[in-house]
Design a protein around this ligand. Structure first.
Ligand code: FES
Ligand code: FES
Length: 173
């Protein structure tokens, strides 16, 4: 029986993508990955570390669903390569609180009913923690403006604002 090849004569066989070792510190733990150098931090978290609390919305820096903290600063993890964060302390939603000991922002989101589908929520909470770390937002207008990169398709903005404001106020009281 003739073997039928899908390759044209002389056509090169695609090489597997090159991988390298990337060492990340995530939620206080050292993790080592073998990944292609172009792997985004978002894909490293979700696809290689099973940290799926960080969500992929647009994958283009437009929605904020993928927000994590890098050295306490909020960033869109879809817009940075994992390899660029080797020396950083990365915090995801999984590192902010536990089921038994919720982070104040997590508790405030529950108390204020600040989510519907919940898809944007991890990014909202990480972004709010970054906002608090920045210490710039005090009024509702400032919080609204400085959280404007985090889109909520369910339109839970009023309740998100109330939740974040409660924690901002508690920090500055
Ligand atoms: S998934 Fe990163 S900003 Fe939308
Ligand atoms: S709660 Fe559904 S997108 Fe925000």
């Amino acid at each position: 029986m003739l073997h039928q090849s899908t390759k044209a004569p002389g056509e090169a066989v695609a090489a597997p993508p090159p991988t390298g070792t990337v060492r990340l510190t995530i939620n206080g733990q050292q993790r080592e990955l073998q990944i292609a150098p172009w792997t985004t931090l978002l894909d490293a978290l979700r696809e290689y570390l099973d940290l799926t609390g960080t969500k992929k919305g647009c994958d283009h820096g437009q929605c904020g669903a993928c927000t994590v903290l890098v050295n306490g600063k909020r960033i869109n993890s879809c817009l940075t390569l994992a390899v660029m964060q080797e020396d950083a302390e990365i915090t995801t939603i999984e590192g902010l609180g536990t089921q038994e000991n919720l982070h104040p922002l997590q508790q405030a989101f529950i108390d204020h009913d600040a989510f519907q589908c919940g898809y944007c929520t991890p990014g909202q909470i990480c972004s709010a923690q970054g906002l608090i770390n920045e210490g710039k937002a005090h009024t509702e207008a400032e919080i609204r403006e400085l959280m404007s990169g985090n889109i909520c398709r369910c339109g839970a903005y009023t309740n998100i604002l109330a939740a974040v404001k409660e924690v901002v106020d508690a920090k500055t009281a």
